[in-house]
Write a protein that binds this ligand. Sequence first.
Ligand code: C2E
Ligand code: MG
Ligand code: MG
Length: 596
Amino acid sequence: MLLSLSLNQPPTTRSDNVLSLLLVEDHPGDALLIRTLLLEAAPRSLQIQVAPTLAEACRQLRGTPVDAVLSDLDLPDCEGFDTLRELLQATETIPILVLTHCEEEAFGLELIKRGASDHLIKGQVDGRLLLKAIRYAIERKETERRFQILSRFDRLTGLANREHFGERFAQAIGRAERSGRFVALLFLDLDRFKSVNDTLGHMVGDTLLVEVAHRLQNCVRKVDTIARLGGDEFTVILEELENTSDAQVVCDKIIKALETPFLILNHELYVTTSIGITFYPSDDLTPHDLLRNADAAMYRAKDEGRNKFHVFTSDLNVKAQRRLGLESALRHAIDRDELHLCYQPTLDVHTGVVLGAEALLRWNHPQLGSVSPLEMIPIAEDTGLIVPIGAWVLRRASLDARQWQLAGFPTLRVAVNLSARQFRGQDLFGTVCAALEEADLKPELLQLEITESLLMEDTDRSIAALRALKSLGLGIYLDDFGTGYSSLAYLKRFPLDGLKIDRSFVRDLPHDSEDEAIARAILALSTALRLRVVAEGVENTEQFDFLRNEGCDEAQGFLFSRPLVRTDFMEWLKKSTKPPQAGVVRRLQADRRRKA
Ligand code: C2E
Ligand code: MG
Ligand code: MG
């Protein structure tokens, strides 16, 4: 629907009634004859200019636009196929009909192969036939042009498509080689576009892409090319750059241009983009390599927190390779039984009783070794694999928790981490219910850990989803508290049972005064909001003592136990709960005696 916006070459300026022709013919007799034939056939609707040489023809083509060229090939300044080639170069969009004495079919075919629109034989055509051939050639050329546009431009946005981008990029590199200037390639990906599509539907998603395309067009010059490679991925080719910082100026402009919210079908949408940049010339790379590098740099920009650009450096290549490898390996991780869960206990800081355990995902790949969840989860989120993996975790953790109960720990809870992505579009509620049912686990014994990013995205929907889950009776904790936006407003709006203070604030307790202040503030805040507080990453008794004195409720960390595989955790439970938490309890008792 927006194709008209991208027709780079304006259609030939032809009025519907009058055809304007250029006749390239050095033989005055032939020229006169052809003119007369044509004018007899259509006296009022033809305008014919004559050029006796190639040079004159090219000059005229540069000046007044014509609808078609009718040309002899043997001219005083050029001969044969060369004439055709030169004419084609002078005009890409106008049909060229060749008029010769040669009757050979093979010759005619060769002409067509080389780009002529038709081959007509002098002496065998009358005016009407000639005119018909010209009109048909014009129509064919127009169809060809439309077809070219369709095959080179993205239907939705009117921007160049992937193929056309490839051509333009190769041309830009060729030009840069000659001029000695830089070409920058920007690779853009809209942040969280998938969530717009998933939650508001494709109509909104598509319209958003069109609007983004418009804004991008306003950020670059005419010589630059913008393409949509598919989905929410765009590329921009910036040419004729004096230095590389010019590209960063454009990136800033783009980021700024997207800042104003988009108003689409009554939705106010905030969109940001992450941009990767590569430059040509750099290390003799092929266009393909450059695109891959720009893509890798874009991922780095996303890792750095989105709404940013990142310039490619060669160390990113290694990371990009690894990421690709992990991405495809992760697709088979569940089927090949490479995932398992570890459990890390949480204790009541006042009694030392083990209250539950957090399920932490582990991936052991036969070649890549063990992959940290910090590396795996973001990949699972980007690829959507987090949905099946998340469902697997819920199911496995519920089954394991049921085993603890059967082994004599009837109140031990299991905590499962959830990604924001698991809340989008899919039936998380159903997945949770199915896991509980299959394991025959009481909902009160399942605790979900969510992150602040969920609360920031699409709040109403998240609140509804959390309420539904909470109505089942399970507990909801906000994980990594303090690292994100930490807004008071949403703490009140969300149905939370507690917060987990991020381990980065616990690490330097009680020596770092800033962390101390933050920990105290979080504890005071949660008391006011009647939320339980769990401290994670507790590694030594100093941290533990500080937290306990400040009113923290639960603690988790290496001080008590590292995350343990299922069987080891069961062993640990049996040892440390008979008597419960011997070490901790002894210290607590000593503490109380001292105070008393
Ligand atoms: P988290 O939920 O904040 O989990 C706590 C992390 O702290 C775990 O890292 C744990 O091993 C580590 N940890 C525990 N005690 C200590 C300590 O005393 N000192 C230090 N330095 N670290 C400690 P892990 O297992 O590498 O998990 C990292 C993150 O990956 C988790 O952070 C969680 O956000 C995510 N994650 C893990 N499993 C899952 C899962 O099944 N689903 C989702 N969506 N995310 C998961
Ligand atoms: Mg957690
Ligand atoms: Mg955490």
